[in-house]
Design a protein around this ligand. Structure first.
Ligand SMILES: [Zn+2]
Length: 181
């Protein structure tokens, strides 16, 4: 293993029997490159340089992503805080869905999810929200909540679902865009 530079990008390089070059940008922004033995370091540097834009974009995205506490007690506290915040935002929406459509979630869960902001089981009436939403703006959190509430009526992402979402939250596309940014 060694430390190398490709332009402004500093990276560690480890060589192994692997057959292709793998570039990983860690959460802390450090760059790790794995390459096959037969590839010269000069060639690796050239490849890393060619991926500079992608690496820098990943570093920027990671810097924006808040780091969740690793301490269990701290994480539990954050989860509690998030639950209060989410339910606070959800309250008027839940009331509205109950009155207008006769549906309401049976249970709310907040946990760390890696690929989704929320989920809804129309069978059990459970809505799960991603703890990471806590770091997003209220309109974004509200969007995810309304999205999941719509699933109480339409479990899939069919035409009916989007018609309902559009009706309940006309600016949902803007909010989704902000959420993804
Ligand atoms: Zn959905």
């Amino acid at each position: 293993m060694g430390i190398w530079k490709a332009g402004s990008i500093v990276f560690t390089l480890s060589k192994s029997t692997r057959r292709s070059v793998g570039i990983t940008v860690k959460k802390d922004g450090t760059v790790h490159v794995r390459a096959p033995f037969w590839l010269s370091t000069r060639e690796v540097i050239r490849m890393v340089s060619s991926k500079a834009a992608w690496i820098e974009a990943r570093q920027k995205a990671n810097a924006k992503e808040p780091v969740l506490p690793s301490d269990k007690a701290e994480l539990a506290l954050l989860r509690k805080e998030a639950s209060v915040k989410f339910l606070d935002i959800a309250a008027p929406r839940v009331e509205h869905f109950r009155k207008k459509y006769g549906v309401e979630p049976k249970k709310w869960t907040v946990r760390i999810m890696n690929t989704r902001w929320g989920s809804c089981s129309s069978a059990t009436g459970r809505i799960t929200l991603n703890l990471k939403l806590y770091f997003k703006t209220d309109p974004c959190i509200d969007y995810v909540i309304v999205h999941e509430l719509c699933h109480l009526i339409h479990p899939d992402h069919g035409k009916g679902f989007y018609a309902l979402l559009e009706r309940e939250l006309p600016d949902w596309k803007l909010r989704r865009k902000e959420l993804k940014a």
